[in-house]
Ligand binder design. Structure first.
Ligand SMILES: Cc1ncc(COP(=O)(O)O)c(C=O)c1O
Length: 389
C-alpha cells in the first residue's frame, strides 16, 4: 500500500474538538458535514444525524435559523464591509448594554478567545498590573495557557482557580496579591455556589481587580442577561460569544465604561471586527430571543435531555459514571475513554451525535420528539456497549 499525500490540515481540522479522535476515539463515525439545519447534520455520505453538540454550543437557535439567514443575506447583498464602521455595530452595542447587568459599553471581536484576551488587556491597562486569576477555559491564546510554545514569562502571570472554592482563591491571592483581573466562567461542571460568587466579587472589589465573567457558554443561553443576571452578581465585564452569533463569528466584551474605555489607551483592533454579516446575524439573534420563547424552549429541551441522561446513568452505572451540568449544557462522564468512544460511535451509527465529554448543548430547535429520539438512540448505544464490556 502506498501512503497518500500528507494531510494538508495538520491534526485533521482546525477546531480541535471536532477531530475524529476527539469525537469517536479510533472508532467509526462521520468525519465531515456538508449541511446542517435545525438540530440535524448531513455528512458527506448523505446520512442525517440528530446533533446534541450543536457546534460546541455556538448555535442556540438551530442551524440555519431563518431570521439569522435572512439578516446575513441582506448584509451580504449590502456589501458586508467597507472603509467605514457600519451602523449595525452601534445598534448591537446599544441593545447589549440594555441586557447585560452593569454594562455601559461594548467592544466587538471575532472569537471568544480574542474577546476574553481583550477584556484582560483592558484590565491590565486600568490597573497597571499583570497577574490574572482564571477559572474555566478561556481560549487558546498565550495569556491563559501553559503549553508548548507559550513563553514561560506569560505562564507565570496567571494562576487557575478551583471552581466554587473560596479557600483556593485566598491561596491564589497569597501568590498573586494584586491581580489585574479575576476571570471566571460562572458555570463549569456545576452551577456556582452563591457564597463563592459573592466572595469572588467582594475580593475583586477590595483588591481593585476587574471581575470578568466569561459567558461564552452561558451568554444568551441563560437569557439575555446571562449568568450575571441569573446569579445576581454584577461583574465589571461580561464576555459573550458562541450563541450571540448563532454560528457566525462574533464575540463581545460588554462592561463598565471605566474598563471599556481602556481599549482606547492600548491597541485592540481587528480588520473584520466590524464586518456586517455577523453583526446583523447577532441583531437577528436578539430579535428572536426578545420576540419569541426560543430561550425558554432551549431550556425546556435541556431539562428534558438532562433528566433523560440522569435516568440512563441510573440504569447503566457501569457505563455512565456521572452526569454534570445545567439544563442549558451538560455532559455524561463514562467509565473510561474506551467506553466513551464506544458509546459515541454506537450512537452515531444510530444517527445521533453525542459528545463523549463536555458538553452537549440542546437548542431551541430540538423538539420534544428530537430529544426523546436522541435519548432512545443513546440508550440503545449504551446498552450495546454495556453488553460488550
Ligand atoms: C467559556 C469559554 N471561553 C472562551 C472560549 C474560546 O472561544 P473561541 O473558541 O471562540 O475562541 C470558549 C470556547 O469553547 C469557552 O467555552
Amino acid at each position: 500500500m502506498t501512503a497518500g499525500p500528507p494531510d494538508p490540515i495538520p491534526g485533521q481540522t482546525s477546531t480541535g474538538s471536532k477531530r475524529a479522535e476527539a469525537l469517536f476515539g479510533g472508532l467509526p463515525g462521520p468525519r465531515v458535514m456538508v449541511r446542517s439545519e435545525g438540530c440535524r447534520v448531513w455528512d458527506d455520505t448523505g446520512r442525517i444525524y440528530l446533533d446534541l453538540g450543536m457546534a460546541l454550543g455556538a448555535v442556540a437557535l438551530g442551524y440555519g435559523h431563518p431570521a439569522v439567514v435572512a439578516a446575513v443575506e441582506a448584509a451580504a447583498r449590502d456589501g458586508g464591509v467597507s472603509s467605514l464602521p457600519p451602523t449595525q455595530e452601534r445598534a448591537l452595542a446599544e441593545r447589549l448594554v440594555t441586557w447585560v447587568p452593569g454594562a455601559e459599553a461594548v467592544r466587538f471581536l471575532k472569537t471568544g478567545a480574542e474577546a476574553v484576551a481583550a477584556a484582560v488587556r483592558m484590565a491590565r491597562v486600568v490597573t497597571g498590573r499583570d497577574a490574572v486569576l482564571t477559572c474555566g477555559y478561556h481560549g487558546w491564546l498565550d495569556w491563559c495557557q501553559a503549553r508548548p510554545g507559550v513563553p514561560r514569562a506569560d505562564q507565570l502571570l496567571h494562576r487557575a482557580l478551583r471552581f466554587n472554592d473560596s479557600g483556593d482563591l485566598e491561596a491564589a491571592l497569597a501568590q498573586h496579591p494584586a491581580p489585574a483581573a479575576i476571570v471566571i466562567e460562572p458555570v463549569v461542571e456545576d452551577p456556582p455556589d452563591a457564597v463563592w460568587l459573592a466572595h469572588v466579587r467582594r475580593r475583586a472589589t477590595e483588591l481593585g481587580a476587574a471581575l470578568i465573567f466569561d459567558e461564552i457558554k452561558t451568554g444568551i443561553r441563560f437569557g439575555l442577561g446571562g449568568a450575571a443576571e441569573r446569579y445576581g452578581v454584577v461583574p465589571d465585564a461580561v464576555v459573550l460569544g458562541k450563541a450571540l452569533g448563532n454560528g457566525l463569528p462574533i464575540a463581545a466584551v460588554v462592561g463598565s465604561r471605566d474598563l471599556l474605555d481602556a481599549a482606547t489607551r492600548t491597541w485592540i483592533s481587528s480588520t473584520l471586527a466590524t464586518e456586517t454579516l455577523a453583526l446583523a446575524g447577532a441583531l437577528a439573534v436578539l430579535d428572536v430571543c426578545e420576540g419569541t420563547d426560543a430561550i425558554a424552549h432551549l431550556q425546556a429541551a435541556g431539562a428534558r435531555w438532562l433528566a433523560g441522561c440522569h435516568a440512563l446513568a441510573g440504569e447503566w452505572p457501569s457505563v455512565i459514571t456521572e452526569v454534570r451540568g445545567v439544563h442549558e449544557f451538560s455532559f455524561l462522564r463514562f467509565a473510561d475513554a474506551e467506553v466513551s468512544a464506544a458509546v459515541a460511535s454506537a450512537a452515531a451509527r444510530r444517527g445521533v451525535l453525542v459528545r463523549r465529554g463536555p458538553y452537549n448543548f440542546p437548542s431551541a430547535s430540538h423538539a420534544e420528539d428530537d430529544i426523546q429520539a436522541a435519548l432512545n438512540r443513546l440508550a440503545d448505544a449504551v446498552a450495546e456497549v454495556a453488553a460488550s464490556c
